[in-house]
Design a protein around this ligand. Structure first.
Ligand SMILES: Cc1cc2nc3c(=O)[nH]c(=O)nc-3n(C[C@H](O)[C@H](O)[C@H](O)COP(=O)(O)OP(=O)(O)OC[C@H]3O[C@@H](n4cnc5c(N)ncnc54)[C@H](O)[C@@H]3O)c2cc1C
Length: 381
């Protein structure tokens, strides 16, 4: 049972955001930037954000050559370019908000490993560069075959390397800690360990029902406007949305004294990705080996994928270099029929910003800004 004081002071807000990942926090921050006096509450079910934002590999990227070729084929040039722009602008907004040194942002460049199967993509590199030139004012992709030897890869497997100087990497943990700190500095309330059970739109407000950890009775928060930023976990509120969860698995090695590469790396159309973190290697992917079992919101590991990751680490990424795996984990992404995230008004008082796919570090800040615009009723610039 709640006290008079609790009912009077803790339950009513101007805006409530459900989900404390990068999109939820960015939405709350963007609302506060527009309306500094607004009372804004973020409700997060985990002890800390517990979906994808604290679990990812920390690539600050906007698509490798082969990924962009697939996007262009599936969506057409205009939509593919618009998506690249959204990712790039999102990254700039994140950097402006946090400051590079505060979240380990390093622009050490990105590389795509080209195996025999991907070699035909090189013929289309000029076309993709021409498409991107107006946005970046420079040539984005170039061949760098000399890196194969320098980075210690095997020429029999890796036929070429495509270099992109604009890709960067972040310290995912610092990024999220800084976003939380910024939200709190702006006076946003963040309550963690709070599972939202139900959202009900009434004439004047949305009632947000949450589980109370100390009582069987639920607690009812309310606000005139609510944002749904629950990404892969959104079917609970939006059962009809075209959204599939997709688990991503990652491992990190112990420091490797003579590690030969720095930067972020992709191969197999982005299904595999690795990077250095100091002298460690962070390596993830392999979802395409078992799509069916990885279509889940369970934060577990898949033995088959973990074994495949280890094998690739031994044979492709660190051939002839001993390593020890320090830790493994997984996180949950959200996918749809195409790579477009979902930004949608739900009824009169709710907005959803969800389905961020595998590039939410890049899109998340911009998505939060877009949710905040719809929520506050402001027109896009
Ligand atoms: C393994 C992995 C590697 C990745 N690598 C990269 C990368 O290198 N670069 C990149 O750009 N992107 C990467 N991504 C994708 C990126 O992390 C996501 O797109 C992004 O974090 C999505 O942010 P979000 O806020 O929409 O979702 P989330 O971070 O999932 O946030 C949603 C939040 O809602 C909370 N929630 C859910 N239901 C409820 C409820 N009922 N009540 C209260 N709270 C609730 C969840 O606990 C969660 O914290 C990766 C993802 C994974 C899993």
């Amino acid at each position: 049972m709640l006290s008079f004081w609790e009912k009077n002071t803790f339950l009513q807000y101007d805006y409530i955001v459900v989900g404390g990942g990068i999109v939820g926090l960015s939405t709350a921050i963007a609302v506060k930037e527009k309306q500094p006096a607004a009372q804004v509450l973020v409700l997060e079910r985990g002890l800390f954000p517990s979906g994808a934002s604290t679990k990812n590999a920390g690539f600050a990227c906007f698509g490798s050559l082969t990924e962009l070729l697939v996007d262009i084929e599936q969506m057409g040039e205009e939509a593919a370019l618009a998506l690249v722009k959204m990712r790039w602008q999102g990254l700039q907004l994140l950097r402006e908000r946090l400051g590079d040194e505060n979240f380990g942002f390093l622009q050490q460049g990105g590389y795509e490993l080209i195996r025999e199967a991907e070699e035909p993509a090189l013929e289309k590199m000029g076309e993709v560069n021409a498409l991107l030139e107006p946005l970046f004012q420079q040539t984005v992709f170039r061949e760098a075959p000399e890196k194969i030897k320098e980075f210690g890869f095997k020429q029999e497997q890796i036929r070429n390397v495509v270099y992109n100087p604009l890709e960067g990497q972040v310290d995912t943990g610092l990024m999220m800690r800084q976003l939380i700190a910024l939200a709190q500095e702006k006076g946003i309330r963040l309550l963690t360990g709070v599972q939202v059970q139900k959202l009900e739109e009434e004439e004047q407000r949305v009632v947000v029902q949450v589980q109370n950890p100390v009582s069987a009775e639920p607690v009812f928060f309310s606000a005139p406007k609510v944002a749904i930023c629950t990404n892969a976990f959104s079917r609970q509120f939006l059962p009809d949305i075209a959204l599939e969860p997709g688990r991503g698995q990652v491992l990190v090695t112990e420091p490797i004294e003579k590690l030969k590469f720095k930067g972020v790396f992709h191969y197999d159309e982005g299904y595999y990705y690795f990077r250095n973190y100091g002298k460690r290697v962070i390596f993830g992917g392999g979802r395409n080996l078992d799509f069916e079992r990885e279509n889940t919101t369970e934060l577990n590991l898949n033995q088959r994928i973990q074994e495949a990751l280890e094998q690739q680490l031994r044979e492709i990424i660190l051939p002839d270099q001993p390593f020890t795996i320090a830790h493994r984990w997984s996180g949950i992404m959200a996918f749809g029929p195409d790579k477009q995230p979902v930004l949608r008004k739900i009824g009169e008082r709710m907005v959803a910003g969800i389905r961020l796919g595998g590039m939410g570090v890049a899109i998340g800040s911009g998505m939060g800004a877009a949710v905040a615009r719809l929520l506050t009723g402001e027109k896009a610039a």
